[in-house]
Write a protein that binds this ligand. Sequence first.
Ligand code: UDX
Length: 443
Amino acid sequence: MALKITVIGTGYLGATHAAAMAELGFEVLGLDVVPEKIEMLAAGRVPMYEPGLEELLARHVAGIEGSTGRLRFTTSWEEVGAFGDVHFVCVNTPQKHGDYACDMRYVDAAFASLAGVVQPGSLVVGKSTVPVGSAERLAELLPEGVELAWNPEFLREGFAVRDTLHPDRVVVGVRGERAEKMLREVYAGPIGEGSPFVVTDFPTAELVKTAANSFLATKISFINAMAEVCEAAGGDVAKLAEAIGYDERIGSKFLRAGIGFGGGCLPKDIRAFMARAGELGADQALTFLREIDSINMRRRGQMVDMARHALGTNGSFLGKRVAVLGATFKPDSDDVRDSPALNVAGQIHLQGGQVTVYDPKGMENARRLFPTLEYAESALEAVRGADVVLHLTEWREFRDALDPAELGEVVASRVILDGRNALDPVLWREAGWVYRAMGRPRV
Ligand code: UDX
């Protein structure tokens, strides 16, 4: 009989994983402790913007016309315990307030609740990003006869469905053959097809995730450091990235210089990693991550300085209108957590600038986080009367559809600063704009 699957926690990770498991043909029960989330998901709606996820859910959520009915949602732990052979724990692990460390309260609560209801013979699988050593501790909380495995997830927001259905690799940390066998069964279908299946121990599985995110963060901060040098030396970081990227050992991805990384993962994961290494007495090994973090945070201030200089007002934003295109931490997401774009907008606002923000999907979340900024309903409205335009999240809508001539008609001054190195400089300059980008020469 096919394994029955439960998914604990229905954020980006859990909602996508639950829908993907149903797509593979499994019967799936998703649980969240927030009833409003469960109500939305049970109606086939997704509480965040994630391309393709709502369609995937609608194909499987029970009660939706034409669906397979394989996916249901609940708030009841008893139901989860009685239903599942394999329980995936997908709750979030934010950064602790006032501390670099990882806040494990949701993981701990999920394991405590699960421990009271899981059936002997079932498997609990941790997917959340946790400090190394957590799995070993959490395994002790589970009753006799219930095994634990650690199976980190590498999905990117904006590509969550694709990354879940076609992962680069499946990594499982196990202690016994039974757990490995059950997970091989889960990933036997199209998800595992063509993806390397890496079997390892608990600590290595936990570390794979934090190491991967640290490497990605390092790549971004490396190119941003090169951008700083280019700015000082008059070089062009975009050309430099292109040229070093042709070396296969370096690779061209994740080398876009700009205002740096944000979001709910990279910043907090590298900090939690440093904190954990400190606890383990291995802090020296990760001191470089502190530098990665500070290069990244510095970029935001440098963007503010660039705007200040572009205004030519001797360092003051007072009385100046600044248009900000983009609020989310990256395109194809409505997530504004630790968003470099909003951070820059907020800094300029605090320094007296009159900031108007537009974002294709992140307006609701941005308004909630920064209610004192002004918001416009379109890019054209946002730039009306602007003394300087900042391009801070590289949405396709901005990259491909903005008409420099049309925007040029409504701004006070044709100056655009590209914080993501994503717009076409030639196009903007031909339309009479001063176009400047981070790490690139002024023309
Ligand atoms: C990341 C990891 O990529 C993913 O594997 C992990 O599971 C979760 O964390 P995500 O947070 O969705 O995913 O975003 P990602 O696409 O990695 O981008 C992170 C940030 O880096 C964004 O703010 C993005 O704008 C920035 N970035 C990315 C750059 O500044 N330059 C680049 O070249 C690439």
